[in-house]
Design a protein around this ligand. Structure first.
Ligand code: SF4
Length: 195
């Protein structure tokens, strides 16, 4: 399979812009441009919540799952929470989406929640959500510290699978919902748009 570059599409740059606007409104109260005013009601609800609000919060973990900075030399996993709200033993994570909720995937929320448990020992529960700003939808997911070890088993297995691919340089394509519509690898047999 040839190396493929994925140019920034209009949808991607729109998403980046919306994230920036949300960050600056929640953190600084900077006015939302008219083009994105449809986001204001949702963002106002988030702004009105109690707790410490951290925008674009970068989190890192070492391989033995210790909390570390995003840019630490020994960082093994990295993630960015679009919005993290700390409310004592509860944390809220919000991930803004400008695409369609039909493709909602909460896996990234689970990983961010697991990282929050490592970084904030007082947090016992994470209430998280994918917030579809354009389509006005909200997909929630909750995680309990009591289930932390159980959840890590799955992610450790996934990491081992990736490590084996790196070691053997074997990358078997796995059919998924992004194949036909978004993937630029047109010579993959699962793509369906190539020759
Ligand atoms: S078409 Fe699907 S399986 Fe193939 S590289 Fe793209 S995302 Fe992966």
């Amino acid at each position: 399979m040839a190396d493929v570059k994925n140019p920034i599409s209009h949808a991607m740059s729109y998403g980046l812009e919306a994230h920036k606007i949300a960050e600056e409104y929640i953190r600084d109260g900077k006015a939302i441009p008219k083009t994105h005013h449809y986001m204001k009601a949702m963002l106002d609800k988030l702004r009105s919540l109690d707790g410490e609000k951290l925008c674009e919060q970068k989190l890192g973990l070492t391989e033995d799952l210790q909390p570390c900075s995003f840019s630490a030399k020994n960082v093994w996993w990295r993630g960015i929470a679009d919005l993290l709200i700390l409310q004592n033993d509860v944390a809220r994570i919000v991930d803004y989406k400008t695409g369609k909720s039909a493709y909602a995937d909460t896996k990234q929320l689970e990983l961010l929640a697991l990282a929050v448990f490592k970084h904030y020992p007082e947090v016992q529960k994470v209430k998280s959500a994918l917030l579809f700003t354009v389509h006005n939808d909200f997909i929630p997911a909750e995680y309990e510290r009591a289930k932390e070890e159980e959840l890590w088993v799955k992610w450790r297995q996934e990491a081992d699978r990736l490590a084996a691919s790196v070691t053997n340089n074997v990358w078997n394509p796995t059919k998924n919902f992004t194949c036909r519509k978004w993937c630029p690898v047109t010579d993959c047999p699962h793509n369906g748009r190539g020759a």
